[in-house]
Each structure stands twice: as C-alpha cells, then as structure tokens.
Design a protein around this ligand. Structure first.
Ligand SMILES: Nc1ncnc2c1ncn2[C@@H]1O[C@H](COP(=O)(O)OP(=O)(O)OP(=O)(O)O)[C@@H](O)[C@H]1O
Ligand SMILES: [Mg+2]
Length: 401
C-alpha cells in the first residue's frame, strides 16, 4: 500500500470479529489506527490506540475523536451508524447525515420513506403494548412478523402463526428493542436477497454483489447461507438493480457502503431493510473482495478520509458464506478444524465454541457457532468446497434434553 496514508488518523467504531478485516486493511495502509468498542475486542490487537466506550455515547466518542485528531471515522455496526454521523458532522468529516443515519437504522422511518418514494413494502404497523401488537396482527392477518423497530442480528424477530403466538413474540421483540418500539408486519414471501454496494461520494452506486439466501427454520429468520452471485434471472437482476438504485437516490445516500435486504418474487421486489454500512459475516470484509478482486475496504477507508474514490469495473467469480450450526447442547468433542480451514477454496473460517461449551437453542444470529467462506469458478464448485470442508469438521454435541 502506498505510503501516502502513513500516519493518517482513522477512528473505527466497533472491534468485534467481523470488524477485523477493516483493522487489517487500515494496518496495511499504515494508518494511525484508533479503535473503540464497549470492551476489549479482537480489533484492538491491530490498534495504535484502543478504548472501551459505549459506541452510542456521542459525547464520549466526539471527545475521543477530537483527542485522537481523527481524520476519518467508520463503523460497520448499525448501533454506531448514528454516532458516526453525529461526530463526523461535528468534526467536519465525511459521513452520512444524522437524518440519513436515522433512516437506515430505524425500521419504522425506513418503511415510511419507502412508502413516500413509492417503493412499496409489506403492510407494517408500529406498536408498543401487547394489546396494540395483538390488534395490529389481527388486522394484518397471520402469519405475520413481529420485530423490534431498532435492533440487528435478527434478535427479537419472530414469525407468528396465530393469535396465541403474539404474547411470546411481543416479549421477545421488546427484550431487544432499544426504543421500546416494535413493528408488526405482513409476512412477505419469496426468495431473500441482499445487495452489497459502494456509493462513490456523489451518490453513484456501484453494485458489488447480489446474493440469494437460505434462511433458518421458522419461527426465526436468521441467515444460514448466502450465495454470490445469485441464481436470479436477468430480468430479476435488472429489477433488483433498479429498485436499489431508486432507494439510494430516494434516501439521499451519497457515500459509503450499503447492504440492502430484499424479498424477491418474480420481478416484484420488496424491501426487508437497508443498512448504511457493509454486510457483516465477513461478506464485505472478505467474500466480496475475493470474488471481485476489488479493494473494497481500502476504497471505503480512503473515502472516509476525504478522498474521491471510484471503483474499477470488475467481473465476479462465485462465493458462498455458510454459517455453522449445531443442535443445542454441550459440545463434547471438536475435530478437524485445521483440515476444514485449509480445505480447497476456503478463504475464511471461524468457530466460536470450544469443547465443554453449552450451545443455546438458535433463535437469531448469535446462535450460529461459526462460519466458512468458499470461493470458486461456479456455484456448484463453491457448494462442493463447503461440503468437503464440513465433512472434515466433526463437532459432537450432547443434545440438551
Ligand atoms: N415483513 C417481513 N416479511 C418476511 N420476512 C421478514 C419480514 N421482516 C423481517 N423478515 C425476516 O426476518 C429477518 C430479520 O429481519 P430484519 O432484517 O428486519 O432484522 P435484523 O435484526 O436487522 O436482522 P439482520 O441483522 O439479521 O439482518 C429478515 O432477514 C427476514 O428473513
Ligand atoms: Mg436484516
């Protein structure tokens, strides 16, 4: 990496495992790297300075940004997107506006804006109390979705099949909602997709990848597999591209990474949600750079430091992100980590449990115990590569009674 960035000062909010590629990229660029997270986290290892701070505390983060003389601020967690907007605004650094940061982190505001833009979406009602949730669900009809207005990682998201499921779903959504607000929504059906993009500083969108997904079993709805590029046909891809471009224009997104989740049915596209950051699960950190050959994180960081950045044209090979799941219970024996990690085509691997750990029942993304990313020339090849790696990994679990 050219020396022109040496010593430039970057503040990264969030230092969890999915942030590690960002820290590694910043290190490669020889930046002066300042990291913050609620407590010590893997990204701190790469930092020149690291701080344990609440990432939602705008005043503390602004104090840190001033004292470390940050020249750019980035995050890849929703929780810190509004903080980045506020602090960057105060310091005159490039970032989303406060209004946009709210639009991409508050699912209720997001739905409203989509309706104003004519971008459709599910019937959706904002509620707080159990009574309101029950009334909304009965009006919308079953099955429906109950979810927090402002959370992530599919926490508190439940598909409710009938009126007697409302109470549990309401409790679960309340437990994870920061504001206490919830949404009750019509259950959209179709194939889920997400679109990863980079906006060049002047509102021009570069779509870097479109996937199709395999989801968890009901009633929960976290991602289990993401395949890039997707299996959608050309008219569907066109409809997806047009939808996301209209959303980027309509929301006024001028810069940064986007991660837009969609429900696709024929050529009908509906928004699940859109984020003003990149996709987690190392999709933006490892998978997309590997299949496109683009230095996505470098471009994003340079943009945050105030540079005008455009991306080169690219063609894409295939990539598959698969999360590792086991039944709930106690992990008795793990074998074959190295064999799986080094299997052909595997470019990224994690396993977050050890022998003796208890694995709770999976209800959201935190129930996934690890992941693999494979790349290949075809979709079949990525499937085969992941299957072969998983054949080598043996995790024995004594299932909970
Ligand atoms: N109205 C809906 N219709 C159908 N499915 C929905 C609806 N709302 C949410 N879902 C499903 O629930 C999942 C999680 O919802 P959402 O993306 O809104 O929550 P989240 O906490 O931001 O999740 P994540 O961070 O995992 O994307 C979606 O990916 C989708 O599968
Ligand atoms: Mg989502």
């Amino acid at each position: 990496m050219s020396p022109e960035y040496r010593g430039r000062r970057l503040l990264v909010l969030g230092a969890g495992k999915w942030h590690v590629p960002i820290y590694q990229k910043a290190r490669q660029m020889n930046l002066h790297l300042v990291g913050a997270d609620l407590s010590a986290a893997p990204g701190f290892y790469y930092c020149d300075e690291s701080y344990a701070l609440d990432l939602r505390d705008g005043r503390e983060i602004a104090r840190l940004a001033r004292s470390c003389r940050a020249e750019g601020i980035v995050t890849n967690v929703d929780l810190a997107v509004p903080t980045v907007a506020q602090v960057a605004g105060e310091l005159g650094l490039p970032a989303h506006s406060i209004e946009l940061a709210r639009l991409v982190t508050d699912k209720s505001a997001m739905r409203r804006r989509c309706r104003e833009l004519g971008l459709g979406g599910p019937v959706s009602a904002e509620v707080r109390s159990l009574d309101e949730a029950r009334q909304a669900a009965c009006a919308i009809g079953f099955p429906c979705v109950v979810k927090p207005r402002d959370a992530w990682g599919s926490r508190g998201v439940t598909v409710v099949m009938g009126e007697n499921g409302i109470e549990d779903a309401h409790r679960e959504a309340c437990r994870h909602s920061f504001s206490g607000g919830l949404l009750v929504e019509e259950l959209m059906t179709g194939t889920e997709s997400s679109v990863e993009g980079f906006v060049d500083g002047e509102g021009r969108l570069h779509i870097l990848g479109i996937c199709d997904k395999k989801k968890s079993d009901l009633p929960y709805r976290y991602d289990v597999e993401l395949h890039y590029p997707s299996h959608f046909d050309p008219p569907q891809i066109l409809a997806i591209r047009e939808y996301v471009s209209a959303l980027v224009r309509g929301f006024g997104i001028r810069m940064g990474l986007i991660h837009t989740e969609l429900m696709v049915k024929g050529q009908d596209i509906k928004l699940i949600e859109t984020a003003g950051r990149g996709c987690g699960g190392n999709v933006i950190g490892r998978l997309i750079p590997a299949i496109t050959g683009l230095d996505v994180l470098g471009a994003w960081i340079r943009q945050a430091l105030g540079e005008r950045v455009t991306l080169d044209p690219f063609s894409s090979s295939h990539g598959l992100l698969k999360f590792i799941m086991v039944p709930a219970g106690r992990v008795r024996r793990i074998r074959g980590i190295d064999e799986a990690k080094h299997a052909e085509g595997i470019i990224d691997f994690s396993l977050d449990v050890r022998e003796g750990d208890d694995v709770p029942p999976a209800r959201n993304t935190s129930g996934r115990i690890g992941h693999l990313i494979a790349i290949g020339c075809t979709r079949d090849e990525t499937d085969r590569r992941v299957a072969r790696a998983l054949e080598r990994l043996h995790i024995e679990v004594e299932e909970a009674a």
